[in-house]
Design a protein around this ligand. Structure first.
Ligand SMILES: Nc1ncnc2c1ncn2[C@@H]1O[C@H](COP(=O)(O)OP(=O)(O)OP(=O)(O)O)[C@@H](O)[C@H]1O
Ligand SMILES: [Mg+2]
Length: 509
């Protein structure tokens, strides 16, 4: 008996961008009916390899075979004809047109008809979206939350009737519940014979959903194993090429210090009577379901959106925060969950991003001094282990996780007093994640007020000393020590978690 040829076979793929060797020898094999994880640190070359399969990039050398036949994939349109569907790491919907039009973009473009509002299109879009979540296909895509946009990107790929589906970190912006739904869909597609390539930094997901895993490091193939034959620790070690120490830094040992920032009865349209304090030495977490109001609260305090009322004290004294520029001047900064939207300037060099919030730090006689700007980026980049060949490179040329580090470096450059971080390690690999956690711990120890919003339970529990749970725009509880468990967080996060009594006392306070 001869085994059938693999659905897809990549051999010895190499790709350089100028001096950067993104891929040295990329190897990958995908069989029909399998979900195959591709794991590796930020910058390992995963997305580059996938972009080659999708015809976005041409390899410098190496071969691609589909069903045993050698192919040249010179464009995404060609890839689509070969049955390849790709959900990209970065969301790229057209904000101004409807969800339905986004989903059927390729088709609409071909038929050259504007189908906005077409009842048939809406109906078909609703059918594709139904198993994924509750999303109105008539809305302009720009009105959706990040997680909904991600689901639309997935729906879009599902309409393409492909045999090979590539998912590049599809769950980075999804809730646990949405992710589980996606896994159900993936399994059904694989059972029908589709081959799925799944990129994720989350070991638990890889081990839950995948059949095999390939690990890459520094643009090279390291190993491919059946999930049943390997442990998460083996995968992590193969990724980082060394034994990784503890995943989370130690928590605050002694008593916490005095209040740095306190917020009392913060109220706006989406939340009500929110009170909390950040203390020296501790990391405060914000838990809650997507849409509970966590980001809105942080963006309300920092004046990035809405018009929140309430009292804010900095180092014990009341402060008036007029707008975000005023917050920055007073040392209160916010790291956006939407890296592409307002975290970094993709088209600007790394150095210009890092200096963006306070140019006076890199100026000489009123002008930006390029050498100082580069020095600053290099210094802060080094503490974050930013992987970039030059500080003059555009942020767009960095891998996803390294873009996240630039977003963080931009905030650290102003030496903040208080830092709100919204999903700070989204898309960041295990090693870099541990580094960022260590940096946040060090910031807290050095006297910076640190607040972390995260949708990843293990991160909240592993990193934070105290966690506030937000449910439907109110603080439904506070957890610390041995009470800080997933079950307790989930209970408090559920809609309706706030009893009438708590809500009432909150109003009267
Ligand atoms: N267009 C480009 N120009 C220059 N360098 C690039 C470009 N695209 C990727 N690179 C570089 O190639 C290397 C591999 O990047 P790639 O995006 O494939 O990593 P990745 O494994 O997908 O990482 P992540 O997990 O962070 O998404 C990185 O060093 C990156 O900076
Ligand atoms: Mg990537």
């Amino acid at each position: 008996m001869t085994l059938p040829s693999p659905l897809l076979q990549l051999t010895d793929i190499a790709k350089s961008f100028g001096a950067v060797r993104a891929l040295r020898s990329g190897q990958f094999e995908l069989r029909a009916g399998e979900i195959h994880a591709l794991a590796g640190e930020n910058g390992a070359g995963k997305s580059t390899l996938m972009n080659i399969i999708d015809g976005i990039l041409q390899p410098d050398s190496g071969s691609i075979r589909i069903d045993g036949h050698s192919v040249r994939i010179d464009s995404p349109a060609m890839a689509q004809r070969l049955g390849i569907g790709f959900v990209h790491q970065e969301i790229a919907l057209c904000a101004d047109i409807s969800v339905a039009e986004n989903i059927f973009m390729a088709e609409t473009a071909q038929s050259r008809r504007r189908l906005m509002g077409g009842a048939d299109l809406i109906k078909r879009a609703a059918e594709v979206l139904a198993p994924l979540g509750d999303i109105d296909p008539r809305l302009p895509a720009g009105r959706l939350s990040i997680s909904q946009q991600q689901l639309v990107e997935i729906a879009k790929a599902l309409t393409l009737d492909c045999r090979i589906l590539i998912l590049d970190e599809p769950t980075a912006a999804l809730t646990e519940h949405e992710a589980q739904k996606l896994f159900g869909i993936m399994r059904r597609l694989a059972d029908k014979g589709m081959g799925i390539i799944y990129i994720s930094h989350r070991m638990a997901e890889i081990f839950q959903i995948c059949d095999r895993v390939t690990v890459m490091r520094d643009g090279q193939h390291i190993r491919t194993d059946r999930i049943a034959d390997i442990t998460p620790a083996d995968v992590v070690n193969a990724m980082v090429g060394r034994q990784l120490d503890a995943l989370y830094p130690p928590k605050l040992a002694g008593p916490r210090g005095p209040e740095i920032l306190s917020v009392a009865n913060l109220t706006d349209r989406r939340y009500k009577d929110v009170s909390f304090a950040l203390h020296r030495g501790e990391i405060l977490g914000f838990a809650g379901l997507i849409g509970a109001g966590r980001s809105e609260i942080a963006r309300g305090v920092t004046r990035l959106e809405g018009n929140a009322r309430g009292e804010v004290r900095l180092d014990g004294a009341p402060v008036v925060l007029r707008d975000y520029a005023d917050c920055i001047a007073k040392g209160i900064v916010y790291l956006s969950e939407d890296r592409k939207g307002d975290g970094v300037f993709l088209d600007l060099p790394i150095a210009a991003n890092v200096s963006a919030l306070d140019l006076s730090r890199v100026a000489r006689r009123g002008m930006v001094d390029a050498a100082r700007e580069t020095d600053q980026a290099q210094r802060i980049g080094a503490t974050l282990k930013l992987k970039a060949a030059s500080m003059a490179h555009r942020v767009a040329s960095l891998s996803g996780g390294n873009q996240q580090k630039v977003a963080l470096a931009k905030l650290l450059a102003v030496e903040p007093k208080v830092i709100f971080l919204d999903e700070p390690t989204r898309g960041v690999d295990v090693g870099a994640k541990a580094e960022i956690h260590g940096i946040l711990r060090a910031l807290a120890e050095s006297g910076v007020g640190v607040a972390v919003i995260s949708s990843e339970m293990p991160e909240l529990i592993g990193l934070c000393d105290r966690v506030l749970v937000v449910s439907e725009g109110r603080v439904s509880g506070e957890l610390s020590g041995t009470d800080l468990t997933e079950t307790n967080i989930m209970t408090l996060a559920a809609p309706g978690a706030i009893s009438g009594a708590t809500a009432l006392s909150g109003t009267l306070a």
